[in-house]
Design a binder for this molecule. Sequence first.
Ligand code: DUC
Ligand code: ZN
Ligand code: ZN
Ligand code: ZN
Length: 464
Amino acid sequence: MTYDLLLKNVKAFTTSGPFEGDIAIKDGKISKIGGDIQEQADKTIDLSGKYLVPGLIDGHTHMEFPFMGEVTADDFYYGSRAAIAGGVTTIVDFVTPAKGQDLLSAYEKWSNNADPKVVSDYGLHMIIREVNTKILEQIPEVINKGVVSFKLFMAYKNELMLPDGELYKLIKRISDFGGVTGIHAENGEIINELIQEFLSEGKIDPIYHYYSRPDIMEIEATNRIASIASMIGKDVKMYIVHTSTGEAVDIISSYRRQGFKFFNETAPHYLTLNTDFLKRPDGYRYVMSPPLRSDEQRTKLWIRLASGDIFTIGSDHCVYSDAQKKRYKEEVPPFNEIPNGVPGTENILPILFYYGVKKGIISMERFVEVTSYNPARLFGLYPRKGTIMPGSDADFAVIDPNRKVRISADVLHSNINYTIYDGMEVEGWNVMTIRRGEVVYEEGQVIGKKGSGKYIPGKTPILL
Ligand code: DUC
Ligand code: ZN
Ligand code: ZN
Ligand code: ZN
């Protein structure tokens, strides 16, 4: 047989350790893995000196997300190109129904919009922002469409927040049909009070975004939702998205030790940046929720990432231009008017590799676990995605472990002219991305075609 692609002299990493040899690809799938494959191939790539990992799965992106009066600047084309450039071969984006819209029509709208634009493969989660009979009825129907994970908000009062009773009802219903519930855990009621207090005192600078959302607001909400979900039972599959405090991770871990299927995700910015960034002249760029925290919290997150207590890394890629962040004014607007969100899908790999692996905090096995294997299992994409074995999609990131890069907007691919990591110097960079056997990125150039990404329906989440 003639293979489509043969990868020679591979040093590959999976959750079960490194492997050296060759990988042969046919029809977008891994066909054979062996010590020295001699058969013919249309194309051969020598990967000597590089590290090969499963294509990353960014389980947390908001492309063209209508939120806080703006629509995010990365559409499915720009956003998925940025993903591909960062070695992310699959994104899982949040379908966001409009107020009053039912889930199925929101799903149709999201996929019709994504399909002609995506360069990466993609899966979908469903945000639920209100409860009615139709929405409850449609939960099993959207699960049948491959949307097996949901996101509910405990914050953003008057926009996305749900009261405890509705959170309870939805988690129960999602769980009845085998879905996974993602939770944005912050106490929206109290945060709303704090925002009003600061505004009435004329305290409007970006740093008050942090003061209005203190650590305890996440810790309390995490505790509350874990209590509520634990009451429903041990079949509930739940994960807290973008966890920013060590204490919130520990709450979830303690439930998991009791047999609950509760997990945490964190994001690259919580591992690398702190609240001081909010005090800079461009502090408005660093407004996201939960907010950036102290260095002490950053350290706690790294420790929990290394120990296995943090299950996945998702970027929360939610990009606003400078003009959007400033609401088209010269002056920085009051903190509560700055749309929340930061870019990140392209930064997962260099940040975890440099600050995690190179600095000796996490192993390559752990890197693979949190960036592909665990998200694949959590979102029902495993074993098609998230591993390197015969039959799986041939999705890979190729890391040059010694490549030194100074991060700037110029080397990134989002549809904005800044990055929150400007000037950061890292060692280790994605130099090639292979998606279903096709080289879609090489040395700074995205060559994958617009619309060539595929929708990957989620199946049953596999959480042991
Ligand atoms: N947090 C953000 O920063 N942006 C999007 C939504 C969210 O929860
Ligand atoms: Zn061929
Ligand atoms: Zn959120
Ligand atoms: Zn988000």
